[in-house]
Design a protein around this ligand. Structure first.
Ligand SMILES: *Cc1c(COP(=O)(O)O)cnc(C)c1O
Length: 392
C-alpha cells in the first residue's frame, strides 16, 4: 500500500522562503561592468549561486552582461548545461573523481594547477575525442590551488605538449588573491608582481595569443584594483549585491536576497519565563513570544543566539534564546503579532529589516557564509523586482 505524498510547496504558503530579486543581479553585474576595464566578466555561481539558486541567477548574470560563468566543481557546471545554458563555463576545483569525460563532452573549461590534472584531462580528451579548453592556475601567494613559481615551468611544458598533440587548448592563465578585501595589504602588490612574472614565463615558454585570458580579480579586486583586471574579472559576492569591502561602502550594489519566515506560534507568557534550550533568555515582564520556523539546519547559525536581529511586527527584535535546529523565538513585548505574520531576517535594508552584512557582523563572519549556508529546506523564490520597488 502506498500513500500519496502531497506537493506541499504548491498547496500551502511555505513557512519560510528566500526571495531573490533577479533584477538586482542584473543591476549588480552592470555596476561591476562599469567598474571593470576588462572585456570579459566571469560570474562565480558556485555553491548554488551563493545560495541564491544556480540556474535563474546564472541566466540573470548573463542577461546583465556577464560573458562567462565559473563554478568550483564540474557537477555544478553540468547542471548549467543540463538547464540549456551554453555560455562558456570554467570549473576550477579538479578532484581525481571529477567527471572529466562529461565535462569535455559538455564543453566545460577546466583549470589545471599541477601536472596530474593536465594528464587526467589529456586522458579524457583522448577518450572523448574532444579538445579540452584549460586555464593554467598559478599560485601567486594564496597557497591553495595552483602551481607555485617553482612548479610553473613544468606545468607549462606539460600543457604545451598536450596542446601540440591537440588534446588541449590553453585558454587562460590565472590566479586568485588572498587579501584583495583588505585594501593596502602588502600581499596584493606581491601577488600582482608574481602573476606578471608567471605570465612572462608563460609567454617565453610559448603560451601566447590574445585568446589566452589572463584573470585574477575577485569581487574585491574588481571594485578596488583596476590594475588587476587584465582580460577578465571574476566577481562572486558583489553580483549578489553584498559588498566585497564593507568598510568602503556598498559600491552601488543591491542585495538580491530577502530571507523571510512566517510566525508559527505566538503566545503570552509571564515575567521570569525561561526561553528555549538552556534558558539563555528570560522574559523581564509579561510579554508575547513568537516562534520563527527557521533554525540552524536552515542556516540561521547557532551563534545568532541572543545576538542577531530580525524585523517583526514593525520593529527590530533580537533572537531570544538559543537558535534550535528548526526554530527560534523572538520577544515582541505587547506589540500585536499572530501566526502567519511575516518576519524578515535580512534583506536589502530598505524597509527597516537587517541586512546580510549586519548578520555577518553580529556573527563574526562574512556575508558569503550567511547566504551560502541557507539550507535546502528553504525554497528560493525568484522575482523580477523587489515587491515594494517601483511603487513610488
Ligand atoms: C569564489 C571565487 C571567486 C569570487 O570570489 P568573491 O570574493 O565572491 O568575489 C573568484 N574566483 C575564484 C577562484 C573563486 O573561488
Amino acid at each position: 500500500m502506498s500513500f500519496p505524498i502531497p506537493d506541499v510547496h504548491s498547496r500551502v504558503a511555505t513557512p519560510a522562503e528566500a526571495r531573490v530579486d533577479l533584477s538586482a543581479i542584473r543591476h549588480n553585474v552592470s555596476v561591476l561592468r562599469e567598474h571593470s576595464r576588462a572585456a570579459e566578466m566571469m560570474v562565480a555561481v558556485k555553491a548554488d549561486a551563493y545560495g541564491h539558486g544556480l540556474v535563474p541567477c546564472a541566466r540573470a548574470a548573463l542577461q546583465g552582461g556577464a560573458t562567462r560563468l565559473g563554478t568550483a566543481y564540474v557537477r555544478e557546471a553540468l547542471e548549467l548545461r543540463a538547464a540549456g545554458i551554453t555560455a562558456p563555463v570554467l570549473s576550477w576545483i579538479l578532484t581525481p573523481d571529477e567527471p572529466l569525460d562529461e565535462a569535455l563532452t559538455a564543453d566545460v573549461e577546466l583549470s589545471a594547477g599541477a601536472v596530474w590534472p593536465v594528464d587526467a584531462i589529456v586522458a579524457a580528451a583522448r577518450r572523448t575525442g574532444r579538445t579540452a579548453r584549460i586555464h593554467l592556475k598559478a599560485d601567486t601567494g594564496i597557497t591553495r590551488g595552483g602551481a607555485t613559481a617553482r612548479a610553473w615551468p613544468e606545468l607549462l611544458d606539460r600543457a604545451l605538449a598536450a596542446q601540440a598533440e591537440g588534446a588541449v587548448e590553453i585558454a587562460g592563465l590565472w590566479s586568485h588573491f588572498a587579501c584583495a578585501d583588505i585594501p593596502g595589504h602588502p600581499s596584493i602588490a606581491r601577488q600582482l608582481a608574481e602573476f606578471d612574472e608567471a605570465l612572462a614565463v608563460a609567454d617565453k615558454a610559448g603560451v601566447t595569443g590574445s585568446h589566452v585570458l589572463r584573470h585574477i580579480a575577485n569581487s574585491a579586486a574588481t571594485v578596488s584594483l583596476p590594475g588587476a583586471h587584465y582580460d577578465m574579472v571574476r566577481p562572486g559576492i558583489a553580483v549578489y549585491g553584498l559588498s566585497p569591502i564593507p568598510e568602503l561602502g556598498d559600491f552601488g550594489l543591491r542585495p538580491a536576497m530577502t530571507l523571510t519566515a512566517r510566525v508559527a506560534m505566538a503566545k503570552r507568557v509571564d515575567a521570569g519565563t525561561g526561553v528555549s534550550y538552556g534558558h539563555l533568555y528570560t522574559t523581564d515582564r509579561e510579554t508575547t513570544m513568537a516562534l520563527v520556523p527557521l533554525g540552524y539546519a536552515d542556516g540561521v547559525l547557532r551563534g545568532a543566539t541572543n545576538r542577531a536581529e530580525v524585523l517583526a511586527a514593525g520593529r527590530r527584535r533580537r533572537v531570544a534564546g538559543r537558535v534550535c535546529m528548526d526554530q527560534f523565538m523572538i520577544d515582541v513585548g505587547d506589540d500585536p503579532i499572530a501566526e502567519g505574520d511575516e518576519v524578515v531576517l535580512f534583506g536589502p535594508g530598505a524597509h527597516g529589516e537587517p541586512t546580510a552584512q549586519e548578520w555577518a557582523d553580529s556573527l563574526g563572519t562574512i556575508t558569503h557564509e550567511i547566504v551560502t549556508r541557507i539550507g535546502a529546506r528553504v525554497p528560493r523564490v525568484h522575482r523580477e523586482t523587489a515587491p515594494m520597488e517601483g511603487a513610488g
